[in-house]
Design a protein around this ligand. Sequence first.
Ligand SMILES: [Zn+2]
Length: 218
Amino acid sequence: MEAAPEPGPVLRLRHCGAAIFCRRPPPLCPACGRPLRGAGLAAAPVRLPCPFRHGHRQRRALLLRPAAGSFLGGYDGGADLHVGITNGDGVVYNYDEEGIHRDETGWEQCISVPLVQPDMFELLQQWDKLLEEFSVGEAWLPHRYEEHDYNCYTYALAFINSILTAQGKQQMSKSEFTEKFVIPQTKNASKYITLHQELTTKDFYIVPLPDQENQGGN
Ligand SMILES: [Zn+2]
């Protein structure tokens, strides 16, 4: 896989009833042409938080990335996602038709969902051992893989459920897993991807604001 290009930050400012997205703050408002200097706090550019993380720097997290390519390198929102789980050193355990992989590269631009709270001391200590033991099971031999019914999600969910069970908690169904771990994150990311793509071909992306956001003059 090619390394994802490192794009500049996306900035947002507000002026004349529009949200203006750009990479570099302009001197004049691209919507009305008036100077932005002295136009108030709303006209000051704010850097939007990037929803993507370097996956190998995330410990004990669920990672999502496009099965092919990268989020900011042409992902169209409809392509399949691949998921994995990191150990305490950022090694990504993931399952596909070749069986279990322990990736040390390739997950540089991911959505990351932390799985362990900092106060779960016992789990923090046991995580790597639990993940390794779970992953060497016969359940994850290559021949068991099926693209739609027994895949990377099956593996990640089964591991998370094994942890929940060990903690005396209720297991998650596949739809709960998707609703809790996948949909909110991908929704948020897709907004950012849209802005990123718009700003690849133009300097500004201008969105009219609904009326109530216009008032108050902040
Ligand atoms: Zn303006």
